[in-house]
Design a protein around this ligand. Structure first.
Ligand code: FAD
Ligand code: SF4
Length: 510
């Protein structure tokens, strides 16, 4: 017998049981194909990051004596789609069985299912052995419930995996210590410099240049900063627990110009392509806290663990529960285009300039930049969720649909009408100023609501509530804002709405 096993670009899990023994009857296949590079306009670092990690994974398998067919982007025989390449390989060998691991993306899941249905040989599907929960687990947990509260799912995961528990009680007494987090970085505080890798990726960059693949953003091909194998991913994890974990929770929501990673782990890319597992990450963080309890407060650790066994698993569960409908939800009926400067960073709005420029430079922004700067603005400007999704899916190195779309369309754009979040994440300048050091040096004035120098967030914020009063005013978490709006003087209200209208009409000039 001879088995052909497909490994997708985000299935680089060297600890998978597939690789425990070397079996001469098994051939692995990995491929770089145009269907994957071209479904959205990607950041060059995202394409390079995936292909570098795939090539290094194939080399690691080969060094362990596994047999691997690797199809490079520019190979003359590359037919540029999974089905066509698989057909070609299966027709050339005497394969008696085809196998693959469950894809994380709905599109690929469907594609491989229908591919297998027409095969003349048997096939099997394996789990990726990566996540804490199965695809269906969240759906089963919330069965019959109207609300899908992340916090309930998170507590359940803590109990089920006996993580940070003392018997059936949460360690330290409370489940969630978010109240102790979310501080602004003090003005004189210089954060630890991020650990970056100096990977040489000139070969892949030149291969990409020789194709018609169009990308966004920049890359330093001699010093590619992202980890491209499990060893580097583990080094990044070591760096994170040593240097960043002690302040992770405290400054998780803060933003500082020209500081692109602060105390964040930047492990999302490594985890999403499975170079490391979420369990390796949480186990390591918990061990470190146990060793350094005098230096690492519990709230820092709990906040980090919650992102991974809470939010990350929760988003995946929502994705499998709500796809494919989720991808076309547009609760607020938004129809606008993204401003042109989302692709260049050329705007006078300091917060957006910084968040977009660093995204173009590093293919990365941390959560609050994604949610409360770019996401907040796109929502206030009424941008169509398809446009917003395409931007996030393209620009971030960690963007894979299951975790991108649930965060973007759901959490950030409220296009799901409240599945993931209970209210839209919008704010005026005051929140941005409270959490960042952006406003002081901005062309716009954070305290002004109208006039040439008024911060656009201020009028767009009220305009948003005004426009969506019928859909939002009954939401108990927002009702209070409508009381404030209704009590405003009519002339102040119309001045705000006129200002917002002016900004929306001239959005590319902001
Ligand atoms: P850290 O701050 O160090 O957090 C640790 C880990 O927790 C992350 O690596 C991640 O795996 C997990 N995590 C934290 N928040 C979330 C969340 N909301 N959902 C899922 N996992 C989370 N994350 C992606 O991995 N891919 C995406 O495409 C993506 N798109 C996003 C789009 C928007 C609009 C928003 C608001 C968030 C998005 N996120 C996405 C979630 C989050 O912003 C990133 O996971 C995080 O910024 C990655 O950086 P980090 O590894 O330094 O995270
Ligand atoms: Fe952003 Fe407004 Fe502050 Fe400028 S003033 S940095 S646009 S919030």
């Amino acid at each position: 017998s001879a088995i052909l096993r497909l490994i997708l670009g985000d299935q680089l899990n060297i600890n998978h049981s597939w690789f425990k023994t070397v079996d001469d009857t098994v051939t692995y296949v990995m491929m770089e194909v145009r269907t994957e590079t071209d479904y959205v306009h990607h950041h060059i670092q995202k394409v390079v990051g995936f292909f570098s990690a795939m090539r290094s994974f194939a080399a690691e398998l080969q060094s362990k004596k596994h047999s691997v067919i690797y199809i490079h982007l520019n190979d003359a025989t590359n037919l540029q789609s999974f089905e066509k390449n698989l057909n070609a390989i299966l027709s050339q060998g005497n394969y008696t069985q085809f196998e693959y691991q469950l894809p994380d993306e709905y599109r690929l899941d469907g594609l491989l299912k229908s591919y297998c249905n027409q095969l003349s040989i048997p096939y099997s599907v394996y789990d990726t052995e990566h996540f804490f929960s199965t695809r269906e687990e969240l759906g089963d947990f919330f069965e019959g419930k109207k609300m899908y509260l992340m916090e309930s799912f998170y507590r359940n995961m803590r109990k089920k995996h006996n993580m940070l528990m003392e018997g059936d009680k949460p360690t330290a007494g409370q489940w969630n210590y978010d109240g102790d987090n979310r501080k602004k970085l003090p003005a004189n505080h210089k954060p630890t410099a991020p650990l970056v890798f100096n990977n040489e990726v000139t070969q892949i960059v030149s291969e990409l240049k020789s194709t018609a693949i169009s990308t966004i953003g920049t890359i330093d091909e001699n010093n590619f900063v992202w980890p491209i194998n499990s060893e580097q991913s583990l080094a990044l994890l070591d760096f994170f627990v040593a240097e960043c974990l002690p302040l992770f929770g405290s400054y998780q929501d803060s933003m500082v110009p020209n500081e692109w990673s602060l105390y964040h782990s930047r492990l999302s890319f490594s985890m999403n392509v499975k170079m490391i597992s979420p369990k390796e990450v949480t186990d390591r963080a918990i061990q470190e806290w146990e060793k350094r309890k005098d230096e690492i407060d519990y709230n820092q650790l709990e906040g980090f663990v919650r992102q991974i066994i809470g939010w990350r698993e929760y988003m995946r569960g929502i994705y499998w529960l709500k796809m494919p409908e989720f991808a076309s939800l547009n609760f607020l009926n938004h129809t606008e285009k993204l401003p042109n400067w989302f692709w260049t960073g050329k705007t006078k709005m300091n917060c957006l300039k910084d968040a977009i420029t660093q995204s173009l430079d590093y293919a990365y922004a941390h959560h609050i930049q994604r949610l409360m700067i770019t996401g907040n603005f796109a929502l206030l400007a009424g941008v169509h969720p398809d446009e917003v999704d395409a931007w996030y899916l393209g620009i971030y190195i960690d963007a894979i649909e299951w975790v991108e779309i649930t965060n973007t369309r759901g959490m950030s754009q409220f296009a799901d009408g409240g599945i993931v979040g209970t209210k839209p994440y919008v704010s005026s300048a005051s929140y941005i100023d409270k959490m960042s050091h952006y406003c002081g040096s901005c062309f716009y004035k954070k305290a002004l609501k109208t006039g040439e120098k008024a911060c656009p967030f201020n009028s767009l914020y009220w305009n948003f509530y005004d426009k969506h009063e019928d859909k939002l005013s009954k939401n108990p978490r927002i009702g209070m804002m409508y009381n404030v709006w209704r009590q405003m003087k009519p002339e102040d209200k119309s001045a705000l709405l006129e200002q917002a209208d002016y900004y929306l009409k001239n959005i590319n000039a902001l």
